[in-house]
Ligand binder design. Sequence first.
Ligand SMILES: Nc1nc2c(ncn2[C@@H]2O[C@H](COP(=O)(O)OP(=O)(O)OP(=O)(O)O)[C@@H](O)[C@H]2O)c(=O)[nH]1
Ligand SMILES: [Mg+2]
Length: 195
Amino acid sequence: MSSPLQLRFLTSADDVRRLPDTPPELAFIGRSNVGKSSLVNALGNRKDLARVAKAPGRTQLLNCFAVDGLGTLVDCPGYGYAAAPARVRDAWQRMVETYLLEREQLTMVVMLVDGEIGPTKLDLQMLAWLRANAVPHSVVATKHDKLKAAQRGKRQRDLAAACDLAPDDVTWVSAAKGTGKDRLLSLVRTWLALG
Ligand SMILES: Nc1nc2c(ncn2[C@@H]2O[C@H](COP(=O)(O)OP(=O)(O)OP(=O)(O)O)[C@@H](O)[C@H]2O)c(=O)[nH]1
Ligand SMILES: [Mg+2]
């Protein structure tokens, strides 16, 4: 079993220019409620280091966590939170897109898709945007525990196909049950070593 990451909260920033200078970096992105903060906590065997949503739209800043000796994880605010005013959604988009395009030390964008509901229209737009801008990214499907055992194989193939990926290109995880955590931990260590 892989050891958990030694995570330490660094800072929350609303602007790329206010981020600490600590390469290399991984960003966790995805729609609100997909499970980004839960996954960061799970990777560090922590319960409440990154704050998990009681209501969607919880994470509104770029929350940075130092990974001991390796680099930084950035828990990004989720998109697609319908109840947020347009002004807030536009500001999110500007902040996150600027961050993803301009952050030199960013070695990988971990794009989370809800494993239970599959990619939404906004997820597919984000994937197309990452591809169009040649931003290195990898798709992780969350909430594996919510899939019924009998549906798993088909759901995994369908989700990958909807993202225009091969099934093996998608890493499935459950923050709740720990499924897929070892595989993701080893990927995270590999990605951080790229920086
Ligand atoms: N069953 C199950 N629920 C999960 C899992 N991961 C997260 N959740 C639940 O999904 C909800 C949202 O989780 P968060 O980690 O806060 O999601 P987020 O992507 O950080 O959301 P925002 O901060 O709003 O962008 C919470 O109620 C979590 O408990 C999982 O692996 N399995
Ligand atoms: Mg969050």
